[in-house]
Design a protein around this ligand. Structure first.
Ligand SMILES: Nc1ncnc2c1ncn2[C@@H]1O[C@H](COP(=O)(O)OP(=O)(O)OP(=O)(O)O)[C@@H](O)[C@H]1O
Ligand SMILES: [Mg+2]
Length: 257
C-alpha cells in the first residue's frame, strides 16, 4: 500500500533555530497517527509545513503519490488536506451553517438569475445532515459560533472537513481546554472518520487520548523524530521517555554506525 502522505527529510529553520530537523513521516489510508513531544518539539511547525502555512527549506512532501509544495493553506485545503485547530478558522459571529459553508456559500437565483441571494435553507439542511451523520446534536444551528462550547466548535470544524470531503485531516491539540464529555465526543469523531478511511494526524499532549485512538505514535524531540511505534506495541511510560529525550532511536542508530 502507498502512503497517502509522505514527508521526506523535512527541514524548517527559524533564524538559527532548527525547528524541524530532517523529519520523515508516512501516513497510510485509514490510519490515525499520533504526533507527540514536549513543548517546542516542532510538532506544529512540521504540520504547518504540510498544510501550506510554512515553506520548508529542505526536504519533500508527497500527497497521493505526487510531490506537492503548497504556497498557502487554501492550496492544501483544495488538495483535500484540512487542518483543524481548536478555536481558529471558524468565524465567531456567524452561525453553524455559515461556518460550514464559509467561502463556499450556496446562492439561489430569482427572476431568471437577475437576483442572487444566499440559499440559507439549503445550507441549513445540509449542515443538519452532516452533523446528524456524525451524531452531533445542537440545540440550535442558527446561534453564533461564539455561543457554542469549545467542543461544539471543534465538532463544527470536523463537520466542515467531512462535508467538503477532506481526504486527510490534521488536528493540532483538538481536545485542549475541552470538558470531559466534549473530549470524548472529539475522540468519537476521530474514530468515525477513521472508519470512513480518512487518515488523521493527531497532535496531543494528552497521552491517554493518543493511546485511545491512534494506530501509530511518532515522537519528536527538539526538532527531530526520535521514534515511531505501533500504538499496540508501546505504552505511555516508554513514550514519555522518548518525549523527554531519555530514549532516542536515532541516537542508538548513530552509536551503532
Ligand atoms: N513563527 C516562528 N518564529 C520563530 N520561531 C518559531 C516560530 N514558530 C515556532 N518557532 C519555534 O520553533 C520551535 C518549535 O515550535 P512548535 O510550535 O513547532 O513546537 P510544538 O511541538 O508544536 O510545541 P507545543 O507542544 O508547545 O505546541 C520552538 O522553539 C518555537 O519557539
Ligand atoms: Mg504546537
Amino acid at each position: 500500500m502507498e502512503p497517502m502522505l509522505s514527508v521526506r527529510n523535512l527541514v524548517k529553520r527559524f533564524g538559527g533555530l532548527v525547528a524541524v530537523n530532517r523529519v520523515s513521516l508516512d501516513v497510510y489510508p485509514g490510519e490515525v497517527v499520533g504526533l507527540v513531544g514536549d513543548n517546542a518539539a516542532g510538532k506544529s511547525t512540521l504540520i504547518k509545513c504540510v498544510s501550506g502555512v510554512y515553506h520548508a527549506e529542505e526536504g519533500e512532501i508527497y500527497f497521493e503519490g505526487r510531490r506537492v509544495s503548497f504556497a498557502a493553506p487554501i492550496e492544501a485545503r483544495r488538495a483535500g488536506i484540512e487542518t483543524i485547530y481548536q478555536d481558529l478558522a471558524l468565524a465567531g459571529n456567524l452561525d453553524v451553517p455559515a461556518n460550514i459553508f464559509l467561502g463556499r456559500e450556496v446562492k439561489k437565483r430569482y427572476l431568471g438569475g437577475l437576483i442572487r441571494t444566499l440559499d440559507e435553507d439549503h445550507m441549513l439542511r445540509e449542515s443538519q445532515t452532516v452533523l446528524n451523520s456524525l451524531e452531533i446534536r445542537f440545540p440550535s444551528l442558527t446561534v453564533p459560533i461564539d455561543k457554542l462550547s469549545g467542543g461544539q466548535r471543534q465538532a463544527v470544524a470536523i463537520a466542515r472537513a467531512l462535508y467538503w470531503k477532506a481526504k486527510f485531516i490534521i488536528m493540532d491539540e483538538p481536545t485542549n481546554n475541552l470538558g470531559v464529555v466534549e473530549q470524548r465526543k472529539v475522540l468519537e469523531l476521530i474514530r468515525r472518520l477513521r472508519e470512513q478511511g480518512v487518515p488523521i494526524i493527531l497532535i496531543s499532549h494528552t497521552l491517554p487520548d493518543v493511546f485511545a485512538v491512534t494506530d501509530r505514535i511518532v515522537v519528536m524531540h527538539r526538532g527531530r523524530k526520535v521514534t515511531e511505534k505501533r500504538t499496540a506495541e508501546t505504552n505511555s511510560q516508554e513514550i514519555v521517555q522518548y518525549m523527554v529525550g531519555a530514549l532516542d532511536d536515532t541516537r542508538a542508530q548513530l552509536q551503532e554506525a
